[in-house]
Design a binder for this molecule. Structure first.
Ligand code: FRU
Length: 490
């Protein structure tokens, strides 16, 4: 097993960057692993004007399963990024299977990260009730210059958690509420029900178990990545449940992620109260934070665990990415997701069209934004002969199986997703070289998906009689490493 450190990670990345130059699907305005595999966003925070975006990172592999580290990007403006050496490595014993997910919070003595120190013991174990450790770990003494946390210590282990739980207890989310530090942990109990544990602390070191949110088996056997947001004095509990049964128009991916309106820390929600964040193929494990402007920002993982992707980027040595950042607001108990305003800085070459019975057929670059208003009752958008989004009276459909082989290939084994809204008024679509994020109305629903169109396919076809369409080409991010070398973008 490779024990990761700055030197071998840099070496892996150097090789990967050479290969990446020939990969048509490297993204232009999304954060990716420089090499290998990326999953959950972690430790989202802003300190002195710098936003930190850490992530689950396996530079040595495009499949999950070896010890990972926390990768790290930072940015002041969400257009220019710094890429740092990993912030935390799995080299402490109590995290030897990986520095799994967690959060960051700015305390008086600086930024602290709380993460899951994972251990898997070799042997014939079920890895639910035996053979696994999930430790609560605190990393502090953060140096903003090097992006490293100097001191790391274990705060809790499985024997400290309530004893009706299995060994799956992870993904600490720490924040302040009413002058108390609060920590949420996602867990699986021995009845195989998902649970969120609530802890409190005065100092962030000593944590006391207070209560839990749980439910019956309908809401899944495990709740990963809990989070809590308060908007207009309403609380929402976010989590990524595993094990909810597929329905005809809901819960169509292998795992799901969404939220419930939270009514007390001992609430028992029902499945009806749970609302999915996203209806596309690639969205999971989102995390939020409040930035220094007071905005509640959400970033998700454009991917899913425990699913054998046949994404073509794997051959080029990398897989998965993070979503664009989105601002959360609430309306009537529904969380709305709006693309971060800063992304408007990427726009160039505005074009406006008034649509009539004839479809709009135009050439687009690989990265563009489309806004469609006064949407017709029935219509469709076909993007680079790779994916079609269509609608009919509020019935929405994202499809890779409408037209021929090229779309099928672009879908990399996925077929279609459907969902319904009361009324479709507005669509805002962000297309990157190999991803689509389609925001419905004011962000009440989003379809996030990877797609892999051919490089020379550049046609956009929009059918929506009577609509106004606005089209922008989008520029790329600029990403520099600590030595000031440009890794991606211009
Ligand atoms: C969610 C998750 C977390 C875990 C992490 C490991 O995708 O399974 O629960 O901490 O990924 O990388």
């Amino acid at each position: 097993e490779l024990i990761l450190n700055d030197e071998n990670v840099t070496e892996l990345e150097r090789k990967a960057l050479k290969k990446a130059k020939e990969d048509p699907w490297r993204l232009k305005f999304h954060l990716m692993p420089v090499s290998g595999w990326l999953n959950d966003p972690n430790g989202l925070s802003e300190v002195d004007g710098v936003n930190h975006i850490f992530f689950q990172y396996l530079p040595q592999d495009t499949r999950f399963g070896s010890p990972n580290c926390w990768g790290h990007y930072s940015t002041e403006d969400f257009i220019n990024y710094k890429y740092h050496h990993p912030a935390i490595f799995a080299d402490h014993g109590f995290d030897r299977y990986g520095t799994h997910s967690g959060s960051a919070y700015e305390f008086e003595n600086g930024l602290r990260a709380y993460y899951t120190g994972s251990v898997k013991h070799p042997g014939d174990f079920d890895y639910v009730n035996e053979g696994r450790e999930q430790n609560l770990v605190l990393a502090e003494d953060f140096n903003p210059k090097t992006g490293k946390f100097k001191s790391v210590q274990q705060l809790m282990s499985n024997s400290d958690y309530p004893q009706d739980l299995t060994l799956h207890v992870r993904d600490p989310k720490v924040f302040k509420r009413d002058d108390q530090y609060v920590m949420l942990l996602g867990a699986r109990d021995k009845k195989d029900h998902g649970v969120v544990l609530i802890y409190e602390s005065d100092d962030g070191y000593d944590w006391n178990y207070k209560s839990r949110v749980d439910s019956d088996g309908e809401m899944g056997y495990m709740w990963e990545c809990p989070d809590l947001v308060t908007l207009d004095e309403k609380d929402f509990l976010i989590m990524s449940p595993q094990g909810i049964k597929r329905q005809s128009e809901a819960f169509q991916n292998v795992f799901h992620s969404g939220y419930i309106p939270l009514d007390g820390f001992d609430m028992k929600p029902t499945l009806e109260q749970f609302r999915e964040f996203d209806k596309g193929f690639d969205f999971y494990a989102p995390q939020t934070y409040i930035d220094e402007k007071g905005r509640r920002i959400l970033i998700g993982w454009m991917g899913l665990p425990d699913f054998d992707y046949e994404y073509p980027t794997r051959e080029n040595g990398w897989i998965h990415a993070l979503t664009i950042p989105r601002i959360l607001t609430q309306k009537d108990g529904v969380l709305l997701q709006k693309p971060l305003t800063e992304l408007e800085e990427l726009r160039i070459n505005e074009k406006k069209f008034k649509l009539n019975e004839k479809p709009l057929i135009t050439e687009v670059p690989e990265t563009f934004e489309l806004i469609l208003t006064d949407v017709a009752k029935k219509g469709s958008i076909t993007i680079r002969n790779g994916c079609r989004f269509s609608w009919d009276e509020g019935n929405l459909r994202l499809s890779f199986v409408d037209d021929g082989e090229k779309q099928k290939e672009a879908g990399a084994g996925r077929e279609q997703r459907v969902a319904r809204v009361k009324e479709l008024k507005r669509i805002r679509l962000f297309a990157d070289t190999s991803s689509l994020e389609i925001f419905i109305n004011d962000g009440e629903m989003v379809f996030t998906t990877r797609y892999f169109p051919e490089i020379n396919e550049n046609e956009l076809i929009v059918e929506s009689d009577g609509s106004e369409a606005t089209l922008y080409d989008l520029k790329a991010f600029k990403v520099e490493n600590e030595a000031g070398e440009i890794l991606f973008g211009k």
